[in-house]
Design a protein around this ligand. Structure first.
Ligand SMILES: Cc1ncc(COP(=O)(O)O)c(C=O)c1O
Length: 375
C-alpha cells in the first residue's frame, strides 16, 4: 500500500531536538536568554530595529492594535480572505473589521478597492501577505499616508519574503509573524512583532507580560530584583525559551527551506499551469508558504485526493462566511465577488521541504487526473 502524503510536515531535525534538550537541561524554560537571542536574530534577518517575540501572530496583531490606541467604533480595513485572527483582534476593541475584496490572480487584497472603504473612523489597514507573497505595499503605504492610517502587516505566511528588494518585516508600521506548527518557521506556537518604532515596541513588550514593567528574565536572574510594577492592563502573551530554541535553529535554515519550497513551486507551476495557480508579480519574492490552484470541482477533488492518500486544504473560508461575523457585522457575499469565486475554487497542495520527488510527481499526477479546470 502506498504511503499517504500529509498536507504538511514541519522540517525538524536533530539540531532542533538538541537545542530544545539544551534548554531543558539549562533549567530555564520560559522567556529568557534564548528568546532574547531569537528576537535579535529575527530582527537582523528582516532588517527591523525592534523585534518582540510573542506566543502567536494573533497576540502580535492584538498588541499592535493596542499600541496604536485602537478604540471602540474605530474601523480597520482587512481582506476577507484571511484566517479569523486578522478580524478577531479588531473585535477585541469593539472596533469594526471592514472587509476588502481580493485579486483573482494573487488572492491578496485588491488595493484599488481600499480607498472606497475609508471613512472618518478608519484607523488602520491590515494587509495580509497571502501564501507568503507580499501585497502591493507602495500604493497601500501611499493611501495610508494620504488618510493618516496605520499599516499593520499580517505576515503570518511571509518569512522570508521581499517586496521590491525590501524584506517583509521592515516595510509597514508594524509587522506580525506566525511561527505556528505549519508555518515557514515553526516553533509549535509562536509569533513576532517587528517595528522601527521604539514606543510601540515598548508598549508591546509591556503588554505581552501582564503590563509588568520588567520581564521575568530581569526579575528572576541575578541582575534582577523582586520588585516590579504593573503599569498597564496587559496580557500573558510571551514566548518561551523552549519555543525560541526551535526558532533559533529554524531561522538558520530559513533561506534553504524557502529554496526547497521554491523548487517544488517551479515544478507545480510547470505542470499545473492550466489550473490557475496563484501568481507572484514581478518585484515580489514570495516565502512560498502555500501553493493554491483554482478549479471547478474543489470539494470533490479534496475527497478524491484524500482517497488517493494526498492531503490538501483550503485557504481560507472568507471572514464574511463565518456565522459570528455575518451576524455581528451584516457582511454580504455580494460585496466580495472575487473572494467568493476564489473561495469556491481554491485548493492548497502540499508544499514543504522534505516532500520527496516521488511524492511531488504523485501529487501532480493525481491533481491532473482529478481537477476540472476553470475555463
Ligand atoms: C493569515 C493569518 N493570520 C494570522 C494567523 C494567526 O497565527 P497564529 O496561529 O500564530 O496566531 C494565521 C494562522 O494560521 C494566518 O494564516
Amino acid at each position: 500500500m502506498t504511503q499517504s502524503i500529509p498536507f504538511h510536515k514541519a522540517h525538524i531535525t536533530e539540531d532542533e531536538i538538541n537545542e530544545v534538550v539544551d534548554t531543558l537541561r539549562s533549567g530555564w524554560l520560559t522567556m529568557g536568554p534564548k528568546t532574547i537571542a531569537f528576537e535579535n536574530a529575527f530582527g537582523e534577518c528582516v532588517g527591523s530595529k525592534q523585534s518582540v517575540s510573542l506566543n502567536s501572530a494573533t497576540a502580535a496583531l492584538h498588541l499592535a492594535l493596542k499600541a496604536i490606541g485602537l478604540k471602540e467604533g474605530d474601523e480597520v480595513i482587512l481582506p476577507t480572505n484571511t484566517f479569523v485572527s486578522t478580524a478577531e483582534v479588531v473585535t477585541y476593541f469593539n472596533a469594526i473589521p471592514v472587509l476588502c475584496d481580493i485579486e483573482y490572480e494573487t488572492h491578496n487584497m485588491d488595493v484599488s478597492k481600499i480607498e472606497a472603504l475609508i471613512t472618518k473612523n478608519t484607523k488602520a489597514i491590515i494587509p495580509v501577505h497571502f501564501a507568503g507573497n507580499p501585497c502591493d505595499m507602495d500604493p497601500i503605504l501611499e493611501i495610508a499616508a494620504k488618510y493618516k492610517l496605520h499599516v499593520i502587516e499580517d505576515a503570518a505566511h511571509a518569512v522570508p519574503a521581499k517586496y521590491k528588494g525590501r524584506a517583509v518585516g521592515s516595510i509597514g508600521d508594524m509587522t506580525c509573524f506566525s511561527f505556528y506548527a505549519t508555518k515557514t518557521l515553526a516553533t509549535g506556537e509562536g509569533g513576532m512583532l517587528t517595528t522601527n518604532n521604539e514606543e510601540w515596541a515598548k508598549s508591546v513588550r509591556i503588554n505581552r507580560l501582564h503590563g509588568i514593567s520588567k520581564d521575568a528574565w530581569d526579575r528572576y536572574t541575578a541582575k534582577g530584583a523582586w520588585h516590579y510594577e504593573v503599569v498597564e492592563n496587559g496580557h500573558k502573551y510571551n514566548m518561551t525559551d523552549i519555543a525560541a530554541s526551535l526558532g533559533l535553529v529554524q531561522l538558520k535554515k530559513i533561506d534553504w527551506m524557502r529554496e526547497e519550497r521554491a523548487k517544488i513551486v517551479a515544478k507545480y507551476d510547470e505542470l499545473l499551469q492550466s489550473l490557475n495557480p496563484i501568481s507572484v508579480p514581478e518585484g515580489h519574492e514570495s516565502a512560498h508558504h502555500l501553493y493554491v490552484i483554482k478549479i471547478n470541482n474543489r470539494d470533490a477533488a479534496i475527497e478524491r485526493l484524500k482517497e488517493a492518500g494526498v492531503g490538501s486544504s483550503v485557504h481560507f473560508i472568507p471572514i464574511h462566511h463565518h456565522p459570528y461575523y455575518k451576524k455581528r457585522y451584516g457582511y454580504k457575499a455580494s460585496d466580495y465577488p472575487v473572494a467568493e469565486a476564489v473561495f469556491n475554487q481554491s485548493l492548497s497542495l502540499p508544499l514543504y521541504p522534505g516532500l520527496s520527488t516521488e511524492s511531488i510527481d504523485r501529487i501532480i499526477k493525481q491533481v491532473q487526473n482529478i481537477a476540472d479546470p476553470v475555463r
